[in-house]
Structure formats: C-alpha cells, structure tokens
Write a protein that binds this ligand. Structure first.
Ligand code: GLY
Ligand code: MN
Ligand code: MN
Length: 434
C-alpha cells in the first residue's frame, strides 16, 4: 500500500491547480451482474488516485483556497453488513487511516453538499460522466441558489475537474512507477507461463486460465482488461475475447493480457507459434512487426512528439508490406493513401496507468504533445492479414501484434515489460523447453 502522504500531496497539488473552489469526486458505484451477483468492484480511478480508499459509496470533497482541506464521505460502520460483506472503515477510522481532514457518513452528503458549495466561486466536477451525479450536484447548486436572499452565493462557474487531474495522472511519480514495474513483471511472467503451456490440441481458455492463475498468485487483483487469447484467424479480430477455440499446430496464437496491480494496469501482447516454430510466412510478418516496434521505441525520449513512434512504425510496416508482396507501390505512396491500414488499422500505442487506456490529451493546442519523463505508454504495432484473392495463401489469417509498456526517462526510455521474450529465437527456445 502506498504511503498515505502521497495521496495528501496529490490533493494539495490539485487544490493549488484549482485555485479557489470546491471539487466533488465520487467513486464508482457497485454494479449488479444478475440478480444478487455483482461485478467485481472497481473504484473510480480519479477518486482512488486522490485517496487510496477502495470502498464503494464514497466521495471526496476538496475545498481549495487559503486553507485547503479534504473531506471524505464514506459508509458508516455496520456490524451486521460487515458480517456479510466485510470490513468497512466508517468515517472515524477512515479519517485516521487515509489522512483526510474531515470525514462524514455518506448519508449526510445531500445535507452537507450545498453547505460546502455556499459562497464558493467555482465547482469542479466530472461533468457528464454520470447523469445521476450531474442531477445530484445540480440539485445542490439549486439549493444554494435558493438561499440567495439570505445573502448566500452559489458558484458561478462549473469546471471539469478532470482537466487538471488528467495532466497530473499523465506524468507518473516514483511510487506509481514502482507499482507499474511490478505489474509488468507479473504480466511478463504470465506470458512466459502461457508460452510454456501452449501446444496443439489445447484450448484458448486453458491458456487464459494460465494467465489468470499467474496474475492472482502474485497478488494482482484482476486482469486490467479482458484477456485476448486468439488462435489462428481469431487473431485478426482485434477485440476477440471469446477465447473458446482449439489451438492448431501451424497457427499462431496472439495473447494480449495484462494484470491490474493496486489499481495500475499492465498491457502486454505476444504472438507465438502454436506448434513451437514459426513457418516462413509467419516469421516474415513477425520480424516486420518486431522491427516496427524497435523503430517506434527508438523515437521514445523526452522532447519527441507523441506521434513520432507511430510514424516510425508505419514506415517500417509500409515498406515491409511492399517487400512481402502484400501491397504494391512506394512506401510513401501507401502511407499517403492509407493503403497500409488494410493490414495495420490501429495506432501504435496509448497512455497507460490507472486505466489501461489512460487519461491525458494526445494533442495540446492542436499539436501532438511532447513526451516528458514519467509518461507511460504502450508500443504495440501489429499486422492482420485477412484471406483475399490478392493475398498469397501462405499469409492468410496471420495476425501478429507485439506490445510492451514503456516509461519515458530523462535519458530516453525504460521498457517495463522486458521480462516477456519477443525475439523469435527466444520464444521458440522457451516453447521447446516448456
Ligand atoms: N489491451 C488493450 C490494448 O492493447 O489497447
Ligand atoms: Mn494496449
Ligand atoms: Mn494490449
């Protein structure tokens, strides 16, 4: 568990970015899956980033100004419910443990909310994130406006609190990177375990089970997203999650899986030969994607534009598609026309953090933003070849992606997911010895 002072520092930073006003930041609701069964609970990433508090039915109120202070609203102690569902801090213990200035029962929220908004210049809130919260907070505002004849002023400005928070979350601190390194190690180990378990005649879901087993046994709370375990043609379905196919010798298997550890995502893709050795066509495509990834990585350093790694990957893939006979024309011509997108239709990465597709603008003032130390991004070029008359049959249904997680450092970058092998010879050796 991260030291609570980290959360206090984040709240102080947010308060200073706000200037004056009140922020209202609720956590995520519990969600029913069916009848009495709930989806596994996952707190809201913004709320957790500022509190470290993982119970549902909680709200952070942050009052910025001359004497900033933070207020946590949470569930009351309830011995009977706790006997069924587990421990609840209750406001008193929560205040103590999480280092907030004040804590109250969440049942008091609608009474206290309008009081905190009174005479404040601005309300900071995740506008339109959840219609029920929009209505609730607007109700408080109306309550305050109703007191205008008593000389109470309502905030005249509503600002999106995510603007400041997204910028904060985009650049990770040392304590976040320590968790992300560990998450990446666990996920790397899971990919190794999966590679050792793959053989013809096994099922995709059996390999998924190996991944999940490795995540949990190392303390990761959950997968960061639904794993993709896609044999053969399934690899060409970008968001394939059925994971119910039989693995066949001669096919490739694409595995996109990463754990979530203490709130932080990892995101790794590896592609391997089910039978233990790539055939010539698979190897050619694989080496092209690996070279594209290396080219993209080569662009990751402070001061480079966000888009530079993608452009570098596209250049390699465009030339590779020509060299493999899959496209005709010149490299620049097929980049210009976008013809390469038939085989490489997604971008080369995204921010990574508390959310697998993490927050943070990719452009600032209409320009791709520059990389700075502490940003974490994925680098995940791929190539997906659907059967077609103009494509040699040897390439049909090959779907390859190679994905790593990278943090920008002052010198250039650090690959967090170095643990999972990706050279052809290393993968084949691991599968042989598996
Ligand atoms: N696993 C989600 C992604 O690669 O973006
Ligand atoms: Mn990704
Ligand atoms: Mn992925």
């Amino acid at each position: 568990m991260t030291d609570m002072t980290v959360y206090a520092q984040r709240r102080a930073r947010l308060a200073s970015l706000m200037g004056r006003g009140v922020a209202v930041i609720p956590t995520a609701p519990e969600r029913v899956r069916n009848r009495d069964a709930h989806y596994p609970y996952r707190y809201d990433s913004y709320f957790y980033y500022l509190t470290g508090f993982d119970e549902p039915e909680a709200v952070l109120v942050l009052i910025a100004g001359e004497s900033p202070h933070s207020i946590l609203l949470c569930r009351d102690k309830d011995p009977e419910r706790e006997a069924w569902d587990g421990y609840r801090h209750g406001p008193a213990a929560a205040r103590e443990r999480f280092g907030v200035d004040e804590a109250y029962s969440v049942r008091e929220l609608d009474t206290l909310g309008p009081k905190w908004l009174a005479d404040q210049p601005a309300l900071f809130f995740a506008v339109c994130a959840d219609p029920a919260w929009d209505a609730r907070v607007l109700g408080w505002l109306n309550g305050v406006r109703g007191q205008s004849r008593a000389g109470v002023a309502a905030p005249s400005e509503i600002r999106d609190v995510r603007e400041a928070l997204d910028e904060m979350r985009l650049v990770k601190g040392a304590e976040e990177l320590a968790i992300m390194r560990r998450a990446a190690d666990i996920s790397g180990g899971a990919h190794i375990r999966a590679m050792q378990a793959v053989r013809p005649g096994r099922w995709e879901h059996e390999i998924e089970a190996e991944l999940l087993h490795e995540f949990r046994r190392h303390g990761a709370q959950a997968p960061a997203y639904t794993p993709i375990v896609a044999g053969g043609a399934h690899a060409c379905v970008l968001h394939y999650v059925a994971n119910n196919g039989l693995l066949k010798g001669g096919d490739c298997l694409l595995i996109d899986a990463g754990c979530e550890l203490d709130g932080y995502a990892s995101d790794i893709t590896r592609t391997l030969p089910v039978g233990g050795r790539f055939n010539a066509a698979q190897r050619d495509v694989y080496e092209m994607v690996l070279a594209a990834q290396a080219a993209a990585m080569g662009e990751i350093r402070p001061g480079q534009a966000w888009d530079a790694p993608h452009q570098a990957a596209v250049q390699v893939i465009a030339q590779g598609l020509i060299d493999l006979g899959l496209l005709r024309g010149t490299r620049d011509g097929i980049i210009e026309s976008g013809d390469y997108k038939r085989f490489y239709m997604h971008r080369t990465g995204h921010w990574l953090g508390l959310d697998v597709h993490d927050v943070g603008e990719y452009k600032v003032g209409g320009q791709w933003r520059d990389l700075v130390p502490g940003m974490v991004l994925t680098v995940e070029p791929g190539c997906y070849i659907a059967p077609a008359a103009d494509v040699p049959e040897a390439f049909w249904n090959i779907g390859i992606r190679i994905e790593d997680d990278v943090v920008v450092t002052p010198a250039a970058h650090e690959v967090l997911t170095h643990h999972a092998p990706k050279r052809v010879s290393d993968i084949e050796a691991l599968m042989r010895d598996g």
